[in-house]
Every structure is written in C-alpha cells, then in structure tokens.
Design a protein around this ligand. Structure first.
Ligand SMILES: CC(C)(COP(=O)(O)OP(=O)(O)OC[C@H]1O[C@@H](n2cnc3c(N)ncnc32)[C@H](O)[C@@H]1OP(=O)(O)O)[C@@H](O)C(=O)NCCC(=O)NCCS
Length: 140
C-alpha cells in the first residue's frame, strides 16, 4: 500500500457518493444479489443506518453498510466487501468495528453459497444462532 487508509462515515457526510459504494459492493457480491436489490439496501443504510468506507487516497477499497431493521433486535450488517488487493490487512475488521454502534449487538445473514465468509465472521467473534429457510415461488 502506498497511501494511508482513511475511514469515512459516509452516511453522515456524502450520500452523493452512493454509486461508488454500490459499484464496489456489487463487484464482489453479484453472485448473491441483483444490483437493483443491493442499491436499495445501500440507499436504505445511507438514509436510515450507517455506511462506512475505507479510502486509499481517493480510491474506495472497502465498504460496509448496515441498519436497524424491523423484526431484528440487533444492528444488522447488510453488505461488506474489501478489494481483493487489500484483503487480510485488517480493513474488514476495522469496517465492522466502525459500522456497529458502540456497545450494541450485531447480526448478519450469510449466504450458504459463500462458506469462506462464515470463517471470517467466526474469526471476528460472531457465532451462528439461526438457520434461515426460504422458498422461491417459482419452485415446488
Ligand atoms: C470478508 C472480507 C470483507 C474480509 O475482509 P479483510 O479486510 O480481508 O478482513 P480482515 O483483514 O480485517 O480480517 C480480519 C480477521 O479475519 C481473518 N479472515 C479474513 N478473511 C478470512 C477468511 N475468509 N477465513 C478465515 N479468516 C479470515 C483475518 O485473517 C483476520 O484475522 P487476524 O485478526 O487474526 O489477523 C473480504 O474477504 C471480502 O470482501 N470478501 C468478499 C465479499 C463477501 O463475501 N462479503 C460478505 C457479505 S456480508
């Protein structure tokens, strides 16, 4: 890395930068969610929750978005990604520590098709509590 990393509370300062966050998150999460759905989630977090970005100079290299949502007592992590080139440097953990309101519990839904993410969350202290079942109306 050449430049120092700077962490920004994007929801407080720069909602006009939402596209940048959607682009980074979608580039790593497109296997699991449509761009439209992801954009909706990120917009909700910009408006009603928290969004934190890690910048190297002007380049966004990591992002996380979360919010309190109905039916869940915890702060809910919606989406998280760090550029491949910047992984295993502590950025993901730092983003998680900054996005969760101080002293509050947090939760996340993990896609079963993304097993390595489970190891990340277990590594940073999260523990499995529920199993989510989902039915697709187009399947019997
Ligand atoms: C998950 C992700 C955000 C981790 O970011 P990162 O910046 O590499 O994570 P960190 O460097 O902060 O890692 C924190 C700790 O977790 C460990 N860790 C990171 N990824 C891990 C993995 N896949 N398996 C096991 N441990 C992992 C690190 O070694 C580190 O441990 P340490 O503190 O003992 O050194 C990143 O791999 C990513 O963007 N993945 C693709 C996007 C994705 O699947 N997002 C999930 C949507 S919720």
């Amino acid at each position: 890395m050449t430049e120092e990393l700077v962490y920004v509370d994007a929801h407080e300062t720069e909602p006009e930068k939402m596209d940048e966050y959607v682009k980074l998150l979608y580039s790593y999460l497109h296997h699991y969610i449509s761009e439209e759905e992801l954009r909706g989630d990120v917009k909700y977090c910009f408006e009603k929750g928290r969004v934190v970005g890690a910048y190297e100079g002007k380049r966004l290299v990591g992002a996380v978005a979360g919010a309190y949502t109905p039916f869940f007592e915890d702060f809910h992590i919606a989406h998280l990604a760090v550029e491949t080139s910047h992984r295993k440097m502590g950025i993901g953990l730092e983003l998680m520590e900054r996005v969760v309101p101080e002293g509050k519990s947090a939760s996340v839904h993990l896609n079963v098709e993304n097993p390595s993410i489970q190891r990340f969350y277990e590594h940073i202290g999260y523990r499995p509590t529920h199993i989510r079942f989902r039915k697709d109306p187009t399947r019997s």
